[in-house]
Design a protein around this ligand. Structure first.
Ligand SMILES: Cc1ncc(COP(=O)(O)O)c(C=O)c1O
Length: 440
């Protein structure tokens, strides 16, 4: 095989979270993008109904972000941030804490959501140890939670397929039950009525393990990757109160919900619940350059910085923490969000979005439609013996008809860029309605 052929073949790339052999027989290739649309390699326009992968909140190839990255690449390609620094990383951090919820005055940079989660979990352990509570090491996650794919995140995560192949992962982990309850909450608009009492699972785990062994509880305010599980009314407040009572750090994994997805800058603002640590990634650079950020409340930061001034505060970090290109992309992204008021734009679209998404409820095999902010999900009855197939075929058909969606199990999630217009919402729903009518 020549070098040219080798480069062009699809074979070499072992793709993540993909049925590689199936995909490579009928690939779906995106060649370029602008604003609300992708273009495929054969020149078809595809409406982006899922912000790339929940990350392109401001739409594609936005000028200020492109320019910031180009300029930075030519000016300073790399500079480390271990006992060194460069101005863009500090600028990005200052800009980020300015839009972060009250009390979050520091941010630790990573390169992905998974790394943000690992960093947050380690920071939680370091926090308790610094305060003399070294026995507080247990981590609590939630069934159906998704916290990325590294060992810590997979351990606190609750998606069976992501866990079962990999052994015991991290020791000393337990899980709350998930809150998805179609029997009581199907077709809810916004936060469902029933299930706040499930937060009391944390009390149950405290009774079982003792609070002196528990460091942190981590949840997604809205569990998106597992199919958009929206917290029942009052659930997050109740969970926060129990965590605070037992000196358990509450970590909100806002890798998806941060940067305007719910119509507020962070989900913390939307639910008016204040955790101790918030993990982010994705929208932090509008998906352009890999970056994540872990936001720390003052008490967490201060506990880690009480040693001698010449002592390293946290023995943790990444070569690319605060990478110049990512930092520049972050600043360009925040400029774009600010110029176009995108961090609150979903709140003005939410009512229209809700009305249009719920028109899907009577289509074949639909067993639930749910929504919050600029997120929607449609759940289908599984085909006997073929879980996931119904949503997968609809995802493929939608792509063929010019709409990108995201499939997980028998659920299709919708989360378009925050720049979407009402007529583009109509277009999205019209394409999806046609797909659902036309599928068995
Ligand atoms: C809540 C949450 N945490 C963590 C991650 C992992 O992020 P990444 O894929 O950037 O590692 C994701 C990705 O979708 C996520 O939704």
């Amino acid at each position: 095989m020549t070098a040219q052929l080798k480069t062009n073949a699809l074979e070499a790339f072992f793709m993540p979270f993909t049925a590689n052999r199936q995909f490579k027989q009928a690939p779906r290739l995106l060649a370029s993008a602008k604003d609300m649309h992708y273009s495929t390699d054969d020149g078809r326009k595809v409406l982006d109904g899922t912000s790339g992968l929940w990350c392109v909140n401001a739409g594609h190839c936005r000028p200020k972000i492109v320019e910031a990255i180009q300029k930075q690449a030519a000016e300073l390609d790399f500079a480390g941030t271990f006992q060194m620094g460069h101005p863009k990383a500090f600028e990005a951090a200052s800009r980020l804490v300015n839009i972060a919820p009250q009390g979050f005055d520091h941010v630790f940079f990573t390169n992905s959501g998974s790394e943000s989660v690992e960093s947050a979990l380690k920071i939680a352990l370091a926090y308790h140890r610094a305060r003399g509570n070294a026995s507080k090491t247990r981590l609590i996650g939630r069934e159906r939670g998704y916290h990325g794919v590294n060992f810590g995140g997979t351990a606190v995560g609750g998606i069976a397929n992501n866990r079962k192949v990999f052994g015991n992962l991290v020791a000393g982990v337990d899980h709350l039950r998930h809150t998805h309850d179609l029997a009581r909450n199907a077709f809810s608009k916004g936060e469902p009525e029933h299930g706040a009492e499930l937060a009391d699972d944390l009390e149950r785990l405290v009774a079982l393990h003792d609070a002196s062994t528990i460091a942190a509880v981590i949840v997604e305010p809205v569990a998106c990757s597992t199919g958009v599980l929206i917290p029942p009314k009052g659930y997050l407040k109740r969970l926060a109160a129990i965590a605070a009572k037992h000196d358990i750090l509450l970590i909100f994994d806002e890798v998806i919900t941060a940067f305007g997805r719910l119509g507020t800058p962070f989900a913390v603002d939307y639910f008016d619940v204040s955790p101790d640590i918030v993990t982010t990634a994705k929208g932090i650079t509008n998906g352009t350059i890999p970056m994540g950020g872990v936001f720390l409340k003052t008490h967490v930061h201060d506990a880690l910085t009480q040693g001698p001034e010449n002592a390293i505060d946290l023995f943790h970090g990444y070569t690319y923490s605060g990478h110049p290109m990512a930092a520049a992309a972050c600043v360009g992204t925040l400029d774009t969000y600010q110029d176009e008021q995108l961090l609150t734009r979903a709140s003005t679209l939410a009512a229209y979005w809700e009305e249009r998404v719920h028109t899907l409820r009577d289509l074949p095999h639909v067993i639930d439609v749910r929504n919050i902010g600029l997120i929607g999900a449609v759940e289908f009855a599984s085909k006997p013996g073929a879980p996931g197939e119904r949503a997968y075929t609809r995802f493929v058909k939608a792509f063929e008809k010019g709409l990108l969606t995201r499939q997980t199990g028998d659920i299709i999630a919708l989360s378009p860029p925050l720049i979407i217009t009402e007529s583009q919402i109509d277009e999205l729903i019209d394409i999806f309605t046609a797909v659902l009518k036309d599928s068995d």
